[in-house]
Structure formats: structure tokens, C-alpha cells
Design a binder for this molecule. Structure first.
Ligand code: SF4
Length: 708
């Protein structure tokens, strides 16, 4: 009889916020053959290098397979019962003895929405503190804050189809060719097939800039000045849509006056941004004369001590021209992680509640009643950087880290590692047996299911909820994160509120909460999915929110006709602060250190590092330097250099590149203690944060460089 091959399973890529559909066909060696899903509306069958190599990253080699507890200074294998008891008793005792704010969870955009929801509910509704934050704070918190203050809700107005229909795409602080490759391919297809133009605004000439019709190497941190200059130009060329401004916005006059103060003309804009006047004028003219324009922004905008104002200055230009929520138009935040958006939805951030609700009295009361909460948090918790400072001061004594590696990825990572060592209880649920955070001071390790083994949902940058489906058996004693949290909650005495038997149970509850006392007044509403049966949840096709009915519209957009989620239904045009670097350069630290991703690696390489193919692209940690700076510092290509900031230092291989601005350095974020102990770039990054979003400034730390 012919061999029976299992069918391919439809799932979603676990890397970036594009959220590509994947067909995974299990092979006979515990791995899978991977292909793009031609029916998924994010990618229509395309995959980038990382997605294509997913099959190489499966397997038990580096996995945490059993619960472990610290005993006599070593981590030893134990039973689930013992490990869960220790976690539940430890958190309960700490909260009882030192108050609920003495405990915290640090979550991840790698978690599924169901995992995120249950953890958030336990902490904010039953332990009684909002000390739940996530590595998404490092990813898109400034976009969240910018959306909320402009639109009254954290809402991306458009969808990916707008990138196919725009006549001009402006990419700000985004190396989409490497970091959102499949979306970049859609942009390139639009350029090829429809003649769309591309403008790239970035201090660094990246791979993305290669296809740009106009590349603007903006001075670090000066994006707000550029978009204020654009607003002034739109005014002078009578390009405003006053019908839209009058009916659908407030704050226009103040925003324009501030823009005139900051960047009154093209010349001043050019001076502030370090650009040629002719290039600035060309950008202004292209934007002004092209109605169908989408402005995409990513970490170069978000990871900034003035990130929220940068987002605001971009949104102001779209609101003032009414170019929002229509096909081919709008501001568009490109989310970094696969489920940073889903984390925002379920309240993974310390300043949010589930279903996009915030800490207003009414929302706290509503969520508390829905959950039948035993100890409802009534105020915002500590954001990531503040949370680890509180750990360092001994105020937080018990921490649960899920699916992330803050000892490498947070700013001032050395300080974070030292803080972790002070904890009375550090619980880590992850699927890798060892990382820098584990080595810091783990008391309990809980083996979590990995991609391909777990079930649930993720939401991508266009608000599209897609299923991640299991196609491999759980290895060893690994369990889904939602199950682990549920077991701890039951042991803490909350069995009734945590009676979930499946990820589908969790999804239905969150969907019902989104519709609870929501009469179109809140943007996030997936109530139409609250009554899915288990089979319907299993077969759920990718769906954009809002999903108020079981059959929502395709390609949903917000705000073409106003309808903002503010009390008066109008958008807020906000006057941004004068842009300025958060920390001055000095003779000791004369460079600005920029950090970011490379094409073929993901975060701290715990998964992509397993693929030989991906490792071949840029195999070593490096620093990119402009040729003039290299000559002055005595650096040679391929040699090694020590990069030092006020917070730490790293030794990196030197790449000399014309793409760097003079006075700037670039180093990738991926390497950690496991592969190169001196290349943990997070050690060097400043802990300065945006005052509205709490997002760290990861793009402009003062630094110096010398040969070694
Ligand atoms: Fe995965 Fe992003 Fe690549 Fe798509 S673009 S395959 S989501 S890494």
C-alpha cells in the first residue's frame, strides 16, 4: 500500500509582525517541511529566509524538557506538581507578606494571545497588581501611545492591501527589506506593477534604501522635525483637507503652530535633519502631490526617548490631509514581533487591561465584574525598565519571566542581570534549557511548548488574527503556557475563574470580554467570535478585527469618515515637543550607537541560531562604521573594535560601510553570552525611555570605539 503522508497543517510564522501563513507538513524525523500558505492574506504563499528555514529549527537539542527547581545551588529535575506548588506558594507568600506590588510577570510578544490573556488575568484580577509588562514594550509601545492619544484607541487605521494600492510609500525608521521582508516584497510588487514610489527615511542606508526613489539619511532623532516641516509645507501649499480637519479633528491650530516653531521652512528643516535642502523639498513635494500615500514606521520611530512624538508628527500629516482609513492611504505601524499586537489586545502591557481597556474607573469596574475578580488592580503597573529597576531596589521580590530573555534584550542588560540575582523567586517558563536569564538566578524552570506544538492565536500588524496550530507532539513534559498559568492560578485558590480546558476556552472568554458593555464605543471588538465551537475555532480562518459579527468585512479600515474612539468622536492633533537628543555627545562618547536586527536572525537566536543556512548570512557580531570614522579611529575592515558606552562595552568585528552616517555606529542585537560573551549589545544601551510610552531609546546611545 502507498505510504500515508500526514496532511500539511495551516499555521502562522512565529517571527515578525507580518504574520505570514505557513503550511507545515510533519516529516518522519520529528521535523516538518515548510511552505508559504497561498491562501493567507498576509503573504499569499511567500516566505522570507527566516520563515523558509523554520523546519531547520525544530528538534529537541536545546529544549527544556522537564520542570526543574533550584536545590542546593543547582537546578534539578522535579515533578510538575512540585514545581507548580513552589511557584504558586512563592507568589502567594510574597504578595501576602510584602503586598501585591512585590510580584511581577515579564511576558513576551512570542506568546500566543491565549497565554498572554491568562497571565494578565491572574495578575491584574486575582493577585491584585498591574506589574505585568512585556518585551513588546521594547517594540511598539510608542506606537500604542501615539495611537491612543490621537485616535482614542490603539488602532492601526489601515491594512496590508493599502501597501498594494498606495502610489507613494514612505518608510520611516524601518529596514523592512530585512525586518518585514514579505511586506517589503508586496511594496516592491506595487512599485514594479503600478509604478508606486518609495521614500526611505533612516539615518542608515540599509538594504531597504536600495530600491528607494528618494533616500533621506535623517539625523538620529530628528524625524519629528522632518514631519513638522512637512506639516508646514502642506499648509503653505494649501494641501490641507479642511472639511476633514473641521469635522473630525481637534488641536489643529496648536499642532500647526508648534510645527512652525520647530521647522518653519524647508531650509530650517534641512538644517535640523542634516539633509540637503533639495532632498527635503523633493520629499515635501512628493508627499503633497500624491493623495494615495501610506507612511509606515517601525523601530527607528518607536525605540526613542521621543518616540510617541515622532508617531504623533506622522499622524498629524495624515489627519491634516484626510489621508487616513481610505484605500492606499494612512499612517501604518509595522509591529516587530509575531504577537506584539495580540499582547496589546489582551492587556499584556502594564498600562492596559484586557480587550484594549485602560485603567479608567469604568473599565476597571467592567473588567472586574466580567472576571468576577478577587483583587482587581486599580492603577497602572511598572513598565519594563522601571520594573527591573524596582527589582534592583528589592521592591519586587518574585518575578515570572515567560518566553523572553531580558538579561540580553533589555537596555543596560548587565544591570538587569544583577537585578535578577537579587530576587527571592525567579520563575522562567521557556522552551530552551539555558539562556542568560536562566543562568542569572532561576529558581524554577517550567518547560513550555514551542512553535509547532502549541495552539492558539496571534495578531499581525494589520489587526489580523490567525491561528497557530500544533503539528508536532509535545516533547518531554512540555506544556502550553496557558495551561501552566492556569495550574498555578488554581493552586492559588482561583480554580473557578481558571477552569479552562483548552486554548479555545480562553479565546472565547477574551472575545466575550471585548464585546461586554461595548456598543461600538471601543475599537477592539471580536464579540462575533465569542461563540465559536471547538471545531470552528480549530478551523478559524485569518480574520481582521473589529469582528463584531461572525462574518466581518475583509480589509477593514478605520476613520475615513471620522468615528474616533475619543469622547467627542474626533481625532486629537497633538503639538509635539521640540526634538532633541536625550543625551548629549561628549569627547568621551562622541558617537551615536544604533542597534537593530539583521536579515536572518531573530532576537537572541535561540531558534534561528539552530539553522546553519541562516547562520551563513552574517555569522559574527559586528559593528558598522563609516569609512571616515574608521580611518580616524584606526579601525580596519575585518579587525576587532571595542565599543564602549556609559553602561558597558563589547568587542565586535568591524564592517566599514558608506551606509553609516559619520558619527554613528550600528550593531545588531542578537548575540548573547552563549555565543560571544563580549557581544551582548544590550549591555551598552541607555535605559532612557519615552515619557509617554516607557519605550527605551535603543537607537542613539552615546558611545565610543577603539581598535583592540
Ligand atoms: Fe515570518 Fe516575517 Fe518572514 Fe513572514 S516576513 S515569513 S512572518 S519572518
Amino acid at each position: 500500500a502507498p505510504a500515508q503522508h500526514p496532511p500539511a497543517v495551516r499555521t502562522t510564522c512565529p517571527y515578525c509582525g507580518v504574520g505570514c501563513g505557513v503550511l507545515a507538513k510533519p516529516d518522519s524525523h520529528g521535523g516538518a517541511v515548510i511552505a508559504g500558505d497561498p491562501e493567507h492574506p498576509a503573504n499569499f504563499g511567500r516566505l522570507c529566509s527566516k520563515g523558509s528555514a523554520l523546519g531547520e529549527t525544530l528538534g529537541p537539542e536545546t529544549r527544556l524538557l522537564h520542570p526543574m527547581v533550584q536545590s542546593g545551588g543547582a537546578l534539578v529535575r522535579t515533578s510538575w506538581d512540585h514545581a507548580l506548588d513552589r511557584v504558586a506558594n512563592g507568589f502567594a507568600r510574597t504578595a501576602r507578606e510584602h503586598g501585591p506590588d512585590s510580584v511581577a510577570f515579564y511576558l513576551s510578544g512570542q506568546l500566543l494571545s491565549e497565554d498572554y490573556y491568562v497571565a494578565n488575568k491572574l495578575m491584574k484580577g486575582f493577585i491584585g497588581t498591574a506589574n505585568v509588562d512585556t518585551n513588546s514594550r521594547l517594540c511598539m509601545a510608542s506606537s500604542v501611545a501615539g495611537h491612543r492619544r490621537a485616535f482614542g484607541a490603539d488602532t492601526v487605521p489601515g491594512c496590508y492591501a493599502d501597501l498594494d494600492r498606495a502610489d507613494l510609500i514612505v518608510l520611516v525608521g524601518s529596514n523592512a527589506a530585512w525586518c518585514h521582508p514579505v511586506l517589503y516584497q508586496r511594496m516592491m510588487a506595487n512599485k514594479r506593477e503600478r509604478g508606486a514610489k518609495l521614500i526611505v527615511i533612516d539615518p542608515r542606508r540599509t538594504a531597504t534604501a536600495e530600491e528607494a526613489d528618494l533616500f533621506l539619511a535623517v539625523a538620529p532623532g530628528m524625524d519629528t522635525a522632518l514631519f513638522c516641516g512637512l506639516l508646514v509645507h502642506l499648509s503653505e501649499t494649501q494641501a490641507f483637507d479642511f472639511a476633514y480637519i473641521d469635522v473630525h479633528t481637534t488641536g489643529f491650530a496648536e499642532a500647526l503652530t508648534r510645527a512652525q516653531d520647530i521647522a518653519p521652512d524647508v531650509k530650517k528643516t534641512a538644517t535640523l535633519t542634516g539633509l540637503a535642502t533639495a532632498d527635503v523639498a523633493r520629499f515635501f513635494e512628493m508627499f503633497t502631490s500624491t493623495p494615495k500615500v501610506v507612511t509606515c514606521y517601525s523601530q527607528g520611530v518607536n525605540q526613542s526617548a521621543q518616540g510617541t512624538d515622532k508617531v504623533t508628527s506622522i499622524i498629524n500629516c495624515h489627519l491634516a490631509t484626510g489621508r487616513i482609513g481610505r484605500a492606499g492611504m494612512g499612517p501604518f505601524s509595522l509591529t516587530g514581533q509575531p504577537n506584539a499586537m495580540g499582547g496589546r489586545e489582551v492587556g499584556g502591557l502594564a498600562n492596559q487591561l484586557a480587550a484594549h481597556m485602560t485603567f479608567g474607573h469604568e473599565s476597571v469596574d467592567r473588567v472586574g465584574r466580567f472576571w468576577n475578580a478577587k483583587a482587581m488592580a486599580r492603577r497602572e503597573g511598572l513598565k519594563a525598565v522601571d520594573m527591573f529597576d524596582a527589582i534592583s531596589r528589592g521592591e519586587i521580590k518574585a518575578l515570572w519571566v515567560m518566553a523572553t530573555n531580558p538579561a540580553v534584550s533589555l537596555p543596560r542588560a548587565g544591570h538587569v542581570r544583577a537585578a535578577l540575582e537579587k530576587l527571592d523567586l525567579l520563575v522562567i517558563s521557556d522552551n530552551v534549557a539555558g539562556n542568560d536569564t536562566v543562568r542569572a538566578n532561576a529558581h524554577v524552570l517550567l518547560p513550555a511548548a514551542a512553535w509547532g506544538e502549541k495552539d492558539g492565536t496571534v495578531t499581525n500588524s494589520e489587526r489580523r488574527i490567525s491561528r497557530q496550530r500544533a503539528f508536532l507532539p509535545l516533547p518531554g513534559e512540555a506544556k502550553p503556557d496557558w495551561w501552566i498559568v492556569t495550574q498555578v492560578a488554581r493552586r492559588m485558590g482561583f480554580a473557578e475563574a481558571f477552569a479552562y480546558q483548552s486554548a479555545a476556552d480562553v479565546f472565547r472568554e477574551h472575545a466575550a470580554l471585548s464585546a461586554f458593555e461595548n456598543h461600538g464605543t471601543r475599537a477592539f471588538d471580536i464579540g462575533g467570535l465569542a461563540s465559536l465551537s471547538d471545531d470552528e475555532f480549530d478551523g478559524l480562518k485569518p480574520v481582521q478585527w473589529p469582528a463584531r459579527t461572525a462574518t466581518p468585512h475583509e480589509d477593514s479600515r478605520f476613520f475615513a469618515e471620522g468615528g474616533f474612539f475619543t469622547p467627542d468622536g474626533k481625532a486629537r492633533m497633538i503639538a509635539p515637543e521640540m526634538p532633541r537628543p536625550h543625551a548629549a555627545l561628549s569627547p568621551e562618547f562622541p558617537f551615536r550607537l544604533n542597534t537593530g536586527r539583521i536579515r536572518d536572525q531573530w532576537h537572541t537566536m535561540t531558534r534561528t541560531g539552530l539553522s546553519p543556512k541562516l547562520g551563513g548570512h552574517l555569522p559574527e557580531p559586528f559593528v558598522e562604521v563609516h569609512p571616515d570614522d574608521a580611518m580616524q579611529a584606526g579601525l580596519v575592515a575585518g579587525g576587532f573594535a571595542r565599543v564602549t558606552s556609559p553602561y558597558g562595552s563589547c568587542v565586535l568585528k568591524v564592517i566599514i560601510s558608506e551606509g553609516q552616517r559619520c558619527g554613528s555606529l550600528f550593531a545588531p542585537i542578537h548575540w548573547s553570552g552563549e555565543t560571544a560573551s563580549s557581544a551582548r549589545i544590550g549591555e551598552l544601551v541607555t535605559p532612557a525611555t519615552d515619557p509617554y510610552s516607557g519605550q527605551p531609546e535603543a537607537k542613539a546611545t552615546p558611545a565610543t570605539i577603539e581598535p583592540v
